[in-house]
Structure formats: C-alpha cells, structure tokens
Design a protein around this ligand. Structure first.
Ligand code: SF4
Length: 333
C-alpha cells in the first residue's frame, strides 16, 4: 500500500504535514473540459518536438524520474503521489483538437502524443481520448509521433496504419528487476518490446527511447536494448541523460531511490551529481548535457551500436539548443 507523499509545492504558500503515518493514496479521476486549445508548445529541442497533445494530466505509471511531475504542481497538486493518483482527463480533447487544427494546421507540421503524460494510460482503455484525437489527425492528414510505455497502443493499429507516424517505446531498462525500482507501475519491458514488434509487423515505423540514462545503472544496457529493439523492428532510437528541472522532482526521486535501492543509491546519486557540477537539478538547458567521460562513453556506446545495427538518426542529447522556446503549460484553456 502506498501512502501520500508529496514534496512541498513551490507554487503554494502552505504544505501539508501529517502527524504520524500519512493516509494511503487512492486513485482519483477528474474530468476537465478544455475551452480553447489542447496543443502545447513543448521544450524538448533535443528530440525536435514542438507541438504536443496530452489528453490527460498526471500518470499512473509513476516513473520516479518523470520530469512531467512538475506540471502537476501548476495545478496545485503535489509532484509525488498526487501526480500518480490524481489524474485529469480532458474529456473534450478530440473536439477541441479538431477546432484547433482548423485554425492552425498550416503552422504545425507534426503533433506528438506524449510529453506530460503517457497517452496510453490504463484510463485510455475507457476514455479513448488519444484514439479519438488520432482519428482527428487522420482527417487532417496530420503526421503524428507517439511515445508510450504501454501495449494499449496496439488497440489503435487501425488508425495508426493510416497515419504518417512513428511510435516510440520508452524502454530504458532491459529487465523487470532493473525497471521496477524506477518504473513501479509500467508494463514490463518484455511487453513493450512485444508491442513494438506487433506494430512493426503491421508496417508502422517504430523506435526506442532509451531514456533516461542513469549513469552507472543502465548505461551498460544500451547495446542489449538497441539489439532487442532492432529485433522487434525498430529503425529509430535516441538516448537522454536523466535530468531534474525542479527541486521537488529531484527530492522525490532521491527518496524513492533510497527506499528501493538502498545499497546503490549513494553511488547513483554521486554519479548524477558529477554530471551537473555537484548538483542534482539543472538550471538551464545547457546544463542538461552530461559533463563527464562516463556520459561521453555512454554516447559513444550508443553511436557505435546504433550504426552497427543500422538505425536511422533521430536525435540525441548532443543536439540540445541553448535557448529552446519556453514551455507553455496550457493550464487555463
Ligand atoms: S510513463 Fe512517461 S509520463 Fe508516465 S510517469 Fe513514466 S515517464 Fe512520466
């Protein structure tokens, strides 16, 4: 059983402290109607992403490293268990997307389904918001990218095969044992590779995101992950170094790490700090780049096996721009 655990929200003047053991968490679903826009301009320049659609806020998959936790704080929630259990569904996202594309299609060359949540949360099985948005994209002939950790994406094969699309599976760890401490409620890696193969066999372009790389923990897994992805039909791949752009996310990550991997935590944290001049969190995009020889070795390892296996280049951390467009959280529409 999980108990409520959130770092103080820097946007609030107060924070709750429990006397004794905090109460258990419970899943809460909120429905929201957007009025103007569901397309967000994002700040992931290393991946070339600019326009994203997120039909949900929060993510049940609960990856401890997830940078999207911060966006829950903008809503007045916490970046810890609140992010994992207070999920918002934008129930009119498909209708708003259709209206928005009528106005803006000419300015947008591609939409990405990801960034602030997984587009295939378990909830999507019922709400079908991502599916309906993909149908809108089909009507507008809008190219799309999908990044997910869920095999639920297979349900939408019928639409994806009619779109110009690439589906990336985020698989940073090759085994359940390595994944669980950081990805407590995601589908296991083998299931993700299996889903990748199913899509590839159906003629959909697929890729692997080996992200995040946690130096000293999964950098040595790069070759095996690339090999498994290639066997499952992937032609594209990228890596990213783990990064924290807020103290609350870093604090939550550290707490979970010490709880799940007590004997390895200090080694992992020291390696992370070395990448950022002694700090865990980065202050700007330039600081997101790894600084150490270990990171450079990881990049070389990736490049070596990427070429050996015949992947197509998509983007790496080395391509980060110094001044990307600011993130617009799109909270009030
Ligand atoms: S699946 Fe993606 S959005 Fe969800 S918690 Fe993990 S990293 Fe964050």
């Amino acid at each position: 059983m999980r108990h409520i655990n959130n770092p103080p929200n820097p946007y609030l003047k107060y924070s709750a402290e429990f006397l004794g053991e905090p109460p258990p968490t419970k899943l809460e679903i909120f429905e929201e109607t957007a009025t103007r826009s569901v397309i967000t301009k994002s700040n992931m320049p290393e991946m070339g992403i600019r326009y994203t659609v997120n039909c949900y806020r929060g993510c049940i998959h609960a990856c401890t490293y997830c940078f999207a936790r911060r966006y829950h704080e903008f809503l007045g929630y916490g970046a810890g268990t609140d992010f994992e259990t207070k999920i918002v569904a934008k129930i009119n996202a498909p209708q708003i997307l259709r209206e928005e594309l009528k106005r803006t299609k000419e300015k947008i060359s591609r939409l990405e389904f990801s960034f602030a949540t997984d587009p295939y949360l378990p909830l999507e099985a019922n709400y079908e918001l991502t599916r309906k948005c993909l149908m809108v994209c089909k009507d507008f002939r809008m190219p799309v990218g999908v990044i997910t950790k869920s095999p639920l994406v297979i349900r939408d094969l019928d639409i994806l095969t009619k779109l110009d699309t690439t589906v990336f599976f985020s698989i940073p760890f090759p085994t359940v044992e390595k994944s669980k401490p950081f990805e407590p409620f995601t589908p296991i890696p083998e299931i993700r590779f299996k889903a990748m193969k199913t899509l590839s066999d159906a003629g959909i372009k697929v890729g692997i995101g080996i992200a995040p790389i946690i130096i000293g923990y999964n950098d040595s897994d790069i070759p095996v992950l690339l090999e498994k992805a290639r066997e499952a039909g992937a032609t594209k791949a990228f890596i990213n170094l783990i990064h924290f752009d807020s103290d609350s996310i870093a604090d939550y990550f550290v707490e979970r790490l010490k709880e799940k991997l007590p004997t390895k935590a200090d080694k992992i944290l020291n390696a992370l700090k070395r990448e950022r001049g002694g700090n865990l969190r980065h202050r700007n995009f330039a600081e997101r780049r790894g600084k150490t020889e270990q990171w450079q070795t990881a990049v070389k390892l990736f490049d070596l096996h990427f070429k050996r296996l015949g992947f197509e280049r998509f983007g790496t951390t080395e391509k980060i721009e110094e001044k990307p467009p600011p993130f617009q959280p799109n909270l009030f529409n």
